[in-house]
Write a protein that binds this ligand. Structure first.
Ligand code: NOJ
Length: 540
């Protein structure tokens, strides 16, 4: 039996709004993405994951879907989407689309019908629309807070309340309603019929709610985080698994290795592995790796636990260091240990950032990630070493987090700034019109064109590292940790190839070996030592 493609794939995440703008309106689009398939091939991409491209008012970057069977006109049409899928396949690139089943946009026909229908109407039962508490129902049904800040309930003009775990334009669907279940199975089919190879499922740990609607009281969590305790009223409830199994059946009724990857912020590796059972998801992002401190023991522990938990259920781990929701890893690693990077964006102080150190560590951590068994997800622009644009003026912010948190959280726009393709021009080759988010002047030298011919560039490093991974590290899933000095991660894969990551601020000796790939901008001197914050793939 051949190994399914997703088990060791390098998946490149395309935030379509910011990737490439073919019609020069300041917003990325499907044809822009099509024009870059050659670039993605050259990088060594096995698959792309495209952030939601459906018709949407874009109040939450497209995670507010108004019509799951239509493409947002700013991005293109369903015909263009189908052509993209076909052309990607011609390039040997699989296509994963993003599905958002926890909530719709408030502009979705279902929600419009619900709020324009009288209390008690069946169309209201597709959402969590309920009477409030208090003498006149003037208090929300529970004390739950939205992930973006503020209460998770909004009141309708007729006095009932609707639940939105995210923005108030993203009402949560009621997954106990069979109509909701059927509708999403049909949406899965719609895109499978158009040839997609997989789905990244949004808020995969959130669909099931405790239908007794208890208050959280003291147990309210930090914003944007999943459950930290059992039996949470909306995160990681056992009932989500029945919903998932229904989707999996649909996928399995199609030929080929169609897959689903869960966006589930479930910190407990045992609970996370439940999503990976043979009749559920094929993959679930390991966010603990992304959140790990620059600490060898912590990283080793996270990697070995994740590998063991995935193996227990016959799956393989899924790694990620950056995405459209977190501060880019080239910046995170340049912040002092313990900095809360989400809050640092707004609260600073910004002069604590050591950008050079951040990039050095980011390249090293990437090489470690690419050396691991399982699949690795890259976020557009990380191959250029793009840092977070942390100083976007608040006047241009688009992320609903900024408003919804009452200006206490800056949000995620700093990692969503359009990609610089060329060293010059008004939008650095992203397009020609003013981009939807401003691109900083210093983006020019980081552009893909500026880096392509430079062997020391981050782009060249990514190309080499992905090629080395393909050649040496995708044939089996075994991993063994080696004895190593303090603050060093050293592991050996089945092929005998080792990855060494030096987290110290001084160089360490390597065993006598051949260096296959190194994260450092300048090649290692004698091939015997590994500089601080550097990693290497070696063979003895
Ligand atoms: C997770 C997505 O990645 C994020 O961008 C979005 O805001 C929330 N889910 C809500 O859909």
């Amino acid at each position: 039996m051949t190994t399914p493609w997703w088990r060791h794939a390098v998946v490149y995440q395309v935030y379509i709004r910011s990737f490439a703008d073919s019609n020069n309106d300041g917003t990325g689009d499907i044809d822009g993405l099509r024009s870059k398939l050659g670039y993605l091939n050259e990088l060594g991409t096995d698959a792309i994951w495209i952030n939601p491209w459906y018709r949407s008012p874009l109040h939450d970057g497209g995670y507010d879907v108004a019509d799951y069977r239509a493409i947002e006109p700013r991005y293109g049409t369903v015909e263009q989407a189908a052509a993209l899928i076909e052309e990607a396949h011609d390039h040997d690139i699989k296509v994963i689309v993003d599905l958002v089943p926890n909530h719709t946009s408030s502009e979705h026909a279902w929600f419009q019908e619900a709020i324009n229908s009288p209390i008690g109407h069946p169309s209201r039962k597709r959402y969590h629309i309920r009477p409030g508490k208090g003498e006149n129902g003037e208090l929300p049904p529970t004390d739950w807070l939205s992930v973006f800040g503020g209460p998770a309930w909004d009141r309708l003009p007729d006095g009932e309340w609707f639940l939105h775990l995210f923005d108030h334009t993203q009402p949560d669907l009621d997954w106990t309603n069979p109509e909701v279940i059927e509708e999403f199975q049909s949406i899965f089919r719609f895109w499978l019929d158009r040839g997609v190879d997989g789905f990244r499922v949004d808020v995969a740990h959130g669909n099931a709610k405790d239908m007794t609607f208890p208050d959280l009281g003291e147990k309210q969590g930090e914003l944007l985080e999943g459950a930290k305790f059992a039996d949470h009223p909306f995160w990681d409830r056992d009932e989500v698994h029945d919903i998932i199994r229904g989707w999996r059946k649909v996928l399995d009724s199609y030929p080929g290795d169609r897959m689903m990857v869960a966006e589930a912020w479930v910190p407990d590796s045992g609970r996370l592995a439940l999503y990976l059972r043979p009749d559920e998801y094929q993959q679930s992002f390991n966010f603990s790796f992304l959140e790990a401190e620059w600490d060898a023991a912590q990283m080793t522990e996270i990697i070995s636990t994740a590998c063991a938990a995935a193996a227990d259920v016959g799956s393989a781990p899924t790694w990620v260091l950056s995405n459209h929701d977190v501060v880019r890893h080239a910046t995170r690693y340049g912040l002092p240990a313990g900095t809360n990077w989400r809050r640092w964006l707004l609260d600073g102080p910004h002069d604590i950032l050591d950008a050079d150190l951040g990039l050095r560590r980011a390249r090293a951590a990437t090489l470690l990630m690419l050396s691991l068994p399982g699949s690795a997800y890259l976020y557009q622009g990380e191959e250029l070493g793009l840092p977070e644009v942390y100083d976007l003026p608040v006047g241009v912010l688009d992320d609903p987090v900024w408003e919804q948190s009452n200006h206490t959280m800056k949000g995620r726009d700093g990692c969503r700034v359009p990609i610089p393709w060329e060293p010059e021009g008004p939008a650095f080759g992203f397009g020609t019109d003013t981009p939807w988010l401003p691109m900083p002047e210093w983006f020019g030298p980081l552009s893909a064109e500026a880096q392509a011919g430079d062997p020391a560039s981050t782009l060249s490093f990514y190309r080499t590292a992905i090629a080395a991974r393909r050649e040496h590290l995708t044939n089996d899933e075994s991993i063994e940790f080696l004895d190593a000095p303090d603050q060093v991660v050293a592991l050996r894969r089945g092929s005998g190839v080792e990855c060494w990551l030096n987290l110290n601020d001084h160089a360490i000796d390597l065993p006598t070996c051949e260096i296959l790939c190194a994260s450092a901008e300048t090649p290692l001197g004698d091939g015997r030592s590994l500089g601080p914050n550097e990693a290497a793939l070696i063979r003895r």
